[in-house]
Design a protein around this ligand. Structure first.
Ligand SMILES: [Zn+2]
Length: 115
């Protein structure tokens, strides 16, 4: 059975088959763009278990980022922050977005990269 998809543009809800496949999301293969049949909005879709896998990865990266910032490793923190930002383009998690913004401010405050 097809999973249900909800359009975050107009709120239309329907089976995945109704949403025309547009293509892969660049940064992570298993995720795909589909077009909403009502408004044409691009919706990012994946399987629930994949989403959980990415969330797991994001949590791990957030932990590493926290650690790097704690040790004052600004260069390392910037690299992890970039990866985490890419990842959240697919996940779109609001709490992660807040964390990314907070981390960006902290890194900026920490000054120029040590390298
Ligand atoms: Zn829509």
């Amino acid at each position: 059975m097809d999973p249900m998809i909800t359009c975050d543009g107009c709120g239309f809800q329907g089976e995945a088959a109704l949403f025309r496949m547009i293509g892969n999301v660049m940064c992570c293969g298993p995720l795909v763009f589909r077009a909403c049949p009502r408004c044409g909005n691009k919706v990012i879709c994946d399987r629930q278990e994949m989403q959980e896998g990415y969330e797991e990865k994001a949590r791990e990266m957030a932990r590493r980022l926290e650690e790097a910032m704690g040790k004052g490793m600004t260069g390392e923190a910037e690299v992890i922050l970039r990866e985490l930002t890419e990842l959240n383009r697919c996940l779109n998690l609001a709490p992660l977005d807040d964390f990314i913004r907070m981390a960006r401010r902290r890194i900026k405050r920490a000054g120029a990269p040590s390298s």
